[in-house]
Design a protein around this ligand. Structure first.
Ligand code: CMP
Length: 213
């Protein structure tokens, strides 16, 4: 989306990799529009941090506290160095009125979140652990700008994140992920998962879905 250059001068802000931008339950008076970098949105569920989403350029975050006048519904952490526009609550209405592209972008993001919820349900319909976890990787790949250009993909996620998306216990998820590691399908690090060839997982999911039709 092409935005007026003056917006960047007036509202531009930066966060370093790993920086906490805001925490769940805090009062929130600012919202952000990402220009560069990725932001992880996490929520505490049963004392565990669950990743709701990893968002990137063109995404808004922090708008819910402003629109609903509620505390932050989730935490936001910079995954890598992030450049963003920061809008204050008091400027929000006039910005949306004066720059309709921003309002339209917000609408698209809300529609996308509904699509995302439906996509997550598709994962839960798969009744076998291996293809179910494969579908978690596929869902993440579908949102990755490199998907379709390169077979190897890196996601800044943990096994606990995978378990939460798969709706499975962390121990069972770890067992399945370790089996993928042993088969050479992925590499596991403390802060990321490297998928060697996303097409392996795509095939696994497609074969499973055929049996569910
Ligand atoms: P806010 O509640 O102000 O602070 C946390 C932000 O995370 C929230 O606004 C949204 O911008 C974002 N957020 C909340 N839930 C989700 C979700 N399920 N997927 C993506 N982003 C979310």
């Amino acid at each position: 989306m092409l935005l007026p250059e003056s917006l960047f001068e007036k509202f531009g802000t930066e966060f370093e990799a790993g920086q906490i931008i805001f925490c769940e339950y805090e009062p929130g008076t600012d919202c952000y529009f990402i220009q560069e970098g990725q932001v992880k949105i996490t929520k505490t569920v049963s004392r565990n941090q669950k990743t709701l989403d990893i968002i990137g350029p063109g995404d808004f975050f922090g708008e819910m506290a402003i629109l609903e006048e509620e505390p932050r519904s989730a935490s936001a952490i910079a995954v890598d160095d992030v450049r963003a526009l920061r809008f204050k609550q008091e400027n929000f209405d006039s910005l949306m009125n004066s720059i309709p592209q921003l309002a339209f972008q917000l609408l698209k993001i809300f529609a996308h979140r509904i699509f995302d919820q439906r996509r997550r349900l598709q994962i839960l319909i798969i009744d076998e652990p291996q293809p179910r976890i494969a579908d978690v990787f596929l869902m993440l790949a579908e949102k990755d700008k490199n998907y379709g250009h390169t077979n190897q993909l890196t996601f800044p996620i943990t096994v606990e994140d995978v378990a939460a998306w798969a709706g499975m216990a962390p121990a069972e998820t770890q067992r399945v992920v370790s089996a993928f590691v042993n088969q050479g399908k992925l590499e596991l690090f403390a802060d990321r998962v490297v998928i060697k060839n996303i097409n392996d997982f795509k095939r696994m999911v497609a074969n499973k879905r055929k049996t569910l039709e």
